[in-house]
Design a protein around this ligand. Sequence first.
Ligand SMILES: Cc1cc2nc3c(=O)[nH]c(=O)nc-3n(C[C@H](O)[C@H](O)[C@H](O)COP(=O)(O)OP(=O)(O)OC[C@H]3O[C@@H](n4cnc5c(N)ncnc54)[C@H](O)[C@@H]3O)c2cc1C
Length: 471
Amino acid sequence: MANMSLKKNEMPTQAPDVRRQNFNEVALGYTAEQAIDEAKRCLNCKNMPCVSGCPVKIHIPEFIQEVAKGNFEEAYQIIARASSLPAVCGRVCPQEKQCESKCVRGIKGESVGIGRLERFVADYHNASSTDKPEPVAKNGHKVAVIGSGPAGLTCASDLAKKGYEVTVFEALHLAGGVLVYGIPEFRLPKAIVQKEIDGLVALGVKIETNTVVGRSISIDELMSEEGFEAVFIGTGAGLPKFMGIKGENLLGVYSANEFLTRINLMKAYREDSTTPIQRARRVAVVGGGNVAMDSARCARRLGAEVHIIYRRGMEELPARKEEIEHAIEEGIIFDTLTNPIEILGYHNPDDKRDPQNGRVTGIKCIKMELGEPDASGRRKPIEVENSEFVIDLDCVIMALGTSPNPLIKDTTPSLEVGPRGGIVANEQGVTSKDGVFAGGDAVTGSATVILAMGAGKASANAIDEYIKNKK
Ligand SMILES: Cc1cc2nc3c(=O)[nH]c(=O)nc-3n(C[C@H](O)[C@H](O)[C@H](O)COP(=O)(O)OP(=O)(O)OC[C@H]3O[C@@H](n4cnc5c(N)ncnc54)[C@H](O)[C@@H]3O)c2cc1C
C-alpha cells in the first residue's frame, strides 16, 4: 500500500553536541524498514518528472519500486546502469535542486527522499556484494586521463569497460579529487571513494599519483612520446579566489582549499597528525556556499568558535539547505549582511623576532543592506555608512569560489580557453585540440559532482568514437 505521509522518513543523524567533536559521518543512513517505507511514498508517475531532473538520467521510479519490494540489489543494478558513483551521489548531490525538485509529492508536502534511497541502496550493495569487476579484453588503444576527480574517474571507468588501456595522472598523492581533498569525512567517508578507486584499479586502470601534467610531462608529450591516442582533461577548478583586501597575506589566513586539504588529506584533526594546521580559538569563514559550510564545520570540530561572514542575508545563502541547518545545529554563528574590508594583524616594531608578528588578530567588517536585484537576479548588497566593526579572531578562511588552474592552458598550445579560464569544450567534451577532450569543473568552473560525472561519461563515449573513426 502507498505511504501517503506528507513528510519524508527522517534521516537518522549523530546528535549535534556529539558530532561537533568528531569527524565521523553525520547522517547515519536509513534502515531497511525506513527505506521500504520511504520508497512506498513514490507514486511511480508514468511521465517520471524526477528523471528529467537527474543529470545522468537514473531510472528513479524503477529503482524505487524495487526498494519498496525489498529487492535492494536489483535496485542497485538499475542505478548502476546510469551512475558509477551512487554511494557518493546519494550523499552529496544537491537532490533538492535536481530530481527531488521535480517530484510530484513535493507539491503538497515533502518530495520522496530519492537521495536517501540512493545512498541506502549503494551502501547495501557495498556491504553485501563481493563482486569483482569482470576483466575486459583490451583493445590495444591507450588513453590518458588527467585528474582523478569524479569527471576523470567516470571517464576512466567507462573507457576501461570498453577495453581501453587507461592511465590516470593525478597531481596529488591520493586519487579522488575534491571527493577526498575537499568534501570532509563527516559528509563523505573517504573509504567510500577508495572503494570506487579500488574498483577502477581492478578493471586495469593505472593511477599515477604525484604527477602534475604541465610540469612533470605535457599533453603533447603524452600524445607524441607516450603513445596515448586521446587525452581527457578533468583537472577541476582548484585555483582559489581572494577578495583583494589588506591583510590577506597574514599568518592564519587560508584559502578554503588549503584549509580543507590539510584537514582531509593530511588528517589535521587526528592526535597523531603532524600537519602544521593551527588550532584556532576563533575563526571567520568568508563566503556562504557549500565550501564555506564545510570549512566552518571542520574548524568547529577542531574546537574553534566559528563565524560565517556573508554579505547577503540567510535567505540568499547559496549552500545546500541541509548543510546550513547542520551548521546551525553545530553552533556556527552566521554574521550575515556583513562584508570584510580588512584583515588585521599583530606587529611588534620593537622585536622583529616576536613569533606573533604578522599573525591575524581580527577582521574589520562593514554592515550591508540589500538593494535592487543585480544581473544575477539576487538583491545587491550595499554598504551601510559608518557601520564598521571588528571581530577579534586568530584565523580567517576565504571560501569565495575557485577557478580552473591555468597550468594546462599555459603548457598546451592550441587549447582554447574561455574568459573565465575554463577549457572550451562542447557537450561531448571535444576541445579545439585534436584528440584532446575535457569535462567537469575544468570546463564549467566550480559545479557539482554529478555534472562532472556526466561530462566524464559523455567524453568517454566521444573518445571511443574518435579512436574508432581514426582506425
Ligand atoms: C569543499 C567542497 C565541497 C563541495 N561539496 C559538493 C557537494 O556537496 N555536492 C556536489 O555535487 N558538489 C560539491 N562540490 C563540487 C564538486 O566537488 C566538484 O564540482 C567536482 O568535484 C568536480 O569534479 P572534477 O572531476 O571536474 O574535478 P575535481 O574533483 O576538482 O578533480 C580534479 C583533479 O585533478 C587534479 N589535477 C589538477 N590539475 C592537475 C594537473 N595539472 N595534473 C594532474 N592532476 C591535476 C586535482 O588534484 C584533482 O584531484 C564541492 C566542492 C568543494 C571544493
